[in-house]
Design a protein around this ligand. Sequence first.
Ligand code: FVH
Length: 291
Amino acid sequence: MTERHPVTVVGLGAMGQEIARVLLEAGHPVTVWNRTPSRADDLVARGATRADTVANAVTSSPLVLVCVLDYAATRELLEPVAADLAGRTVVQLTTGTPRQARELAVWAAGHGIDYVDSGMMATPPMIGTETSVFLYSGDETAFQRYRPALDLLGASRWFGADAGLASLYDLALLAGMYTMSAGFLHGAAMVGTAGVSAAEFAESAGDWLRAVSGSLPYAAAFVDSGDYTTDVQSVDFNKAALDAIVQASVDQGVAPDLVAPIRELLARQQDEGHGKESYDRIIESIRPEVT
Ligand code: FVH
């Protein structure tokens, strides 16, 4: 495969436009298709080729990147052109669940399509910068064949042959992101009752969250060993802290919806007799039994 092989980008939303732009700027011949054709105008002005049908788009390149709203839209677009895709590589960039990724991989294999699934750990302005990370799993031969082009979008991380793994990892990271930002918003609501602006709180919260993120490897050691023995940060200790956070929130008129579930998980661990063990034991209340 020559370095500057043709690439097709199906889906020109905020992400797809940036992806196509980065590939174009690196010298790849890029064919684009979008349901609303006008969204391709800027890319066409920069040198991209506009395909008038999905079939024409996918037959223009050996590598087809799909970046649309969801898997339902992806299947609507790809199923009618399955025969055209045979022998080509589809990289599904659209966010979805591991099950959706695995089902699409089975469908692709049934039509002779090489399939790679991806999780994009980036926002549109991050595409093509050093802050962008793309997670991949599925057909490793296809991934390695097109890796130079994929590396242009962000640092590539490979997770293995199970097409669902990139999505699983993607959604796990997003779970961390959402709960962290929700925690910040809860704190902002609390200090907001004392007239503190969210901007002022963001400075302290940013410093604090960066500092405590350093404790993740210690939490991981408890989880991976299954041994939650500790002298510090026990379930009992943290249950008292969560009681105080919930009570202070209620006292200030802030709904405790975001923090109360953590208190409930700690209470369950206490009820099961694990009060003296590490806080991190709450994972045992939410994960399936490890066999
Ligand atoms: N934007 C972000 O920050 C996040 C970053 C992490 C990953 N997500 C996921 O990336 C997928 C694409 O997101 P996006 O930001 O590009 O999304 P939009 O700007 O809303 O564009 C959506 C495109 O999908 C097309 N589309 C929607 N439904 C259909 C359909 N039934 N048939 C054909 N195309 C469809 C839409 O077309 P149009 O409205 O312009 O005609 C856009 O091209 C997504 O999975 C995120 O969760 C983004």
